[in-house]
Design a binder for this molecule. Structure first.
Ligand SMILES: C[S@@+](CC[C@H](N)C(=O)[O-])C[C@H]1O[C@@H](n2cnc3c(N)ncnc32)[C@H](O)[C@@H]1O
Length: 253
């Protein structure tokens, strides 16, 4: 993974996170693509029929992982400062709320997928986790699942690696539920964020992808159904900041 600082907020901003997690075992999963092997390329003609979205672009499914990889490789250096600028620091509050919801206890086995730096690291793909079944008490993923090519597969993997009774928690951008705020948010997203990306990080395109990928992500209710389809029960969600983000929760029972 060529972008080690991309996910550093949890540890950098979060002495709170580290305090909360003392006594918990926390491997953090970083992504391990692009997987552009010769075999994959030979198969690609067949697979080309299967397409997906990359922001507002339509791309072959087997190309998406590599494109997402380049986005995060490109934004890595200025990732923290960009998050602070774009959200006016509110992303820290959202993450604190996720932790409060989790209430980890000493000894909790936590897997933070698409995570930050500083703790035990494992390189892998959310769609194919390198862990045994029934291993973790809690699975978290913050602003990560939106980038995965097959969200349903990532959810099934989350379900597989959780112990019976284990909890899935996801913090992700969602659908704004106030029409006026929604218009302002759209204007801000499409007119301001790519400009900030260009000025601060020298990267318009990655931030254009960011805002487009948010619009492609399912609504709170649709994502709740997907989580249920993966086998989770007692699935709930809480919209934060009028739905700019939502925390989804489900249990493997
Ligand atoms: C927006 S960052 C989120 C980082 C951190 N969780 C946070 O809240 O700030 C998204 C992360 O997801 C990772 N990612 C994207 N697709 C992935 C996949 N299929 N498997 C594992 N990680 C993935 C990216 O490499 C990137 O580090």
């Amino acid at each position: 993974m060529a972008a080690p600082s991309i996910c550093s907020q949890w540890s950098r901003y979060g002495s709170g996170w580290l305090r909360a997690m003392r006594g918990c075992w926390v491997p953090r999963l970083r992504s391990s693509w692009p997987a552009g092997s010769l075999g994959a390329r030979l198969l690609s003609q067949e697979k080309r029929a299967t397409e997906t979205h990359f922001g507002f672009e339509t791309v072959a499914e087997d190309e998406k992982g590599g494109k997402v990889y380049h986005v995060f490789e490109s934004v890595a250096k200025r990732y923290d400062v960009m998050n602070d600028m774009m959200s006016l620091g509110i992303h820290r509050v959202w993450k604190d709320l996720l932790l409060r919801e989790m209430r980890p206890l000493p000894g909790t086995q936590l897997l933070d997928v698409a995570g930050g730096t500083g703790l035990a690291w494992v390189l892998g793909d959310a769609e194919e986790l390198p862990f045994d079944d029934d291993k973790f008490d809690v699975y978290t993923i913050a602003f990560g699942i939106r980038n995965v090519t097959h969200i349903d597969r990532a959810l099934q993997e989350a379900h597989r690696v959780l112990k019976p009774g284990g909890r899935f928690l996801c913090l992700e951008f969602s659908q704004v539920n106030n029409p006026l705020l929604s218009r302002i948010y759209d204007l801000y997203s499409f007119q301001v964020i790519p400009v900030l990306g260009e000025v601060i990080a020298g990267d318009w395109k990655s931030y254009q992808y960011l805002v487009e990928s948010i619009r492609r992500f399912p609504s709170q209710e649709e994502f709740k159904e997907m989580i249920e389809d993966a086998g989770f029960q007692k699935v709930t969600y809480e919209s934060l900041t009028s739905g700019i983000v939502a925390i989804h929760s489900g249990f493997k029972l």
